[in-house]
Structure formats: C-alpha cells, structure tokens
Design a protein around this ligand. Structure first.
Ligand SMILES: [Zn+2]
Length: 315
C-alpha cells in the first residue's frame, strides 16, 4: 500500500504541475447515483495518487433545488465508500462575496451586459442559425440594445440577467480524457434574472480560491469548459487541468436517472465493498476482485489512461 505521506522532494514533473489538488462538487438536489460516485472516486484517486488535497464543495447556489438532507446523504454515501476529504466541505451559498468581487472585476472590464430575454425568446433566438456559434447558443440579442433603451428598461423595473460579452472567443484546451478540445464561447449568463450567481462564475472563482489544479467531473460539463476558461482569463486566474469522465448509462442505453433501479447506494442494498469493486472495475482497476474494502487499495494501480473513453453501461 502506498504511503499517504507527502514526498519530501519534488521532481521536475512535480514542479511543472504543483497544483494537483482535486475536488468533488455535488449539487445537493438528490441522492448521488453511481455515475456521480464513480466520478468522485476518479477525482479522489487522481488527487490522492499525487499526494494532493481533496476537497468537497457543496454547490447549493440554487435555493429551489438544494436541500440539506440531500447534502447529508451525499456525504454519507462518499464516506461509506471510503472517499475522504480535507477540511470541512465548503458551501457556495456562503461564498457570495467572492462571486460579487469577481463580478465587480468583470464589470470594471466592461464585459457584462443586461439580458432581458425570456426563456421563450432565448429558445427561439437560439434555434435560428447564426454563424460560428453552436446550436442552442445565445446569439447576443441584448448586446445590440442601445445604451438609452437599456437604461430605460432597467429603470422601468424589467428583470434581467447579466451576460458576458464573449466576442465568440475560440478556446482550446487539452483534456486528460477527451484529448484536444476546442469550442466557441457564446455570451453566457453569470447572474440569473432571479439574482442567483450562475454555475460558471461560481465554479471558476471557487476552484481558483481553493487552489484546485485538477478538475475531474462528468463529461456532461465538458461543453461548459470553454466558457469557464474564458472566465479564468478575464479574471486573471490560473488555469486548471481538466478530465471529463464518461457518462454512465443504463442497460437500456439511456442516461442514468434516479428512477433507474440500482442507481444509488440505497437502491443497491449491498456491502460498500461490492459497489466499490464494481466502480473500480468500471475504471479499469480491480479486474479480478469482487470486493474492495477501501479506495486506498486502488491507489497503486490507478492510471487515468485506463479509463475507457466511452460510456460505462451499468447492467
Ligand atoms: Zn437577451
């Protein structure tokens, strides 16, 4: 078993990549399903195999969807699998000042503008063809409103979100699992019309403030990455390394949902060591064992490149 003591000397590679700290950042909106637990395990193995810190952050900015009881059950599930973390979990709902500081910074650069569009207007605008932007991207309708009209609409009490003028920035990055990636950034929301800070802003500010260097998360968030990289640049924050873990799909070929039986630990009703062996097997580890008592057992053979770059079918 590997020692968890930090190395006393750093080699060349360590000097180049000194920010190896990782995190798992669930939204407390329901029980964690096996796909999320698998991502948490990969993120934990990635951090611990580099003797780095591993943090848990509760992404509870949306008051409509966040519930303390879900947070409790999520943390209990992580613990039952032996996934531990350093420091108390942080809560985004208690970090609004940091996000407001970042907004001030963006405002000072003149890159924010109010968007008055309703959901229906955005849907209709986004379905029309518009050059380089991907389908579903916001075409910048409110960016073209003149200053006087903008002021009049704000003063009349119209609700608005704040968007970043991204100037259709082209962003490329190397993903540890997906390889070379690139994307065009549309004008994305940083504060919703209901005043809630948007995910992209909070996640970028938090990762930088918490010293996170390795972002391991579900592949469904890969399409958000160009926006977040642009935000890092605008805010003058250090870049992070990304690994987007493939989805888990049900035997029927659909994305894992809470209604799928055996999708959560509670549903599975089996020893944690059996679930852990299943998850380990799914990431190319523990091929012959049917029980893994602790994820520490997986550290010596952990190798991110053994993780298949295609969905894992949970049968
Ligand atoms: Zn708009």
């Amino acid at each position: 078993m590997k020692s968890t003591e930090p190395p006393t000397e750093f080699g060349e590679a360590d000097r180049l990549q000194t920010r190896a700290d990782g995190r798992f950042a669930p939204s407390p909106s329901g029980p964690l399903h096996l796909g999320s637990l698998r991502t948490a395990l990969v993120a934990w193995l990635m951090a611990r195999s580099q003797y780095a810190r591993f943090l848990v952050r509760i992404e509870d900015l949306d008051p409509q969807r966040s519930r303390p009881e879900h947070e409790r059950s999520q943390l209990a599930d992580l613990r039952s699998l032996g996934i531990d973390w350093d420091e108390e979990p942080t809560h985004q709902s208690q970090r609004l000042r940091l996000y407001n500081d970042a907004l001030g910074h963006l405002h000072g650069q003149g890159v924010l503008y109010p968007c008055f569009c309703t959901r229906t207007e955005i849907r209709e605008a986004a379905s029309a063809p518009h050059g380089a932007l991907a389908e579903g991207a916001y075409p910048g309708t409110c960016r073209r409103i003149d200053a006087m009209t903008r002021r009049r609409r704000i003063e009349s009490g119209e609700r608005f979100a704040l968007r970043v003028n991204a100037r259709s920035a082209q962003v490329a990055w190397h993903d540890r699992l997906l390889g070379e990636q690139r994307g065009t950034v549309d004008d994305f929301v940083v504060v919703r019309a209901d005043g809630v800070h948007a995910y992209h802003l909070a996640v970028v500010v938090d990762d930088a403030e918490q010293g996170i260097g390795e972002v391991v998360r579900g592949v469904d968030l890969a399409e958000s990455t160009p926006r977040q990289i642009l935000l890092q640049r605008l805010l003058g924050l250090a870049p992070v390394s990304y690994a987007h873990v493939p989805l888990v799909i049900s035997a029927a070929g659909t994305r894992l949902a809470k209604r799928d039986r055996s999708a959560t630990l509670a549903d599975r009703d089996e020893p944690a060591s059996v679930t852990l062996a299943l998850l380990a097997h799914s990431i190319g580890l523990a091929s012959v064992r049917d029980r893994v008592e602790s994820p520490v057992e997986l550290l010596p053979e952990f190798d991110l490149t053994r993780l298949a770059n295609e969905p894992w079918v949970l049968s």
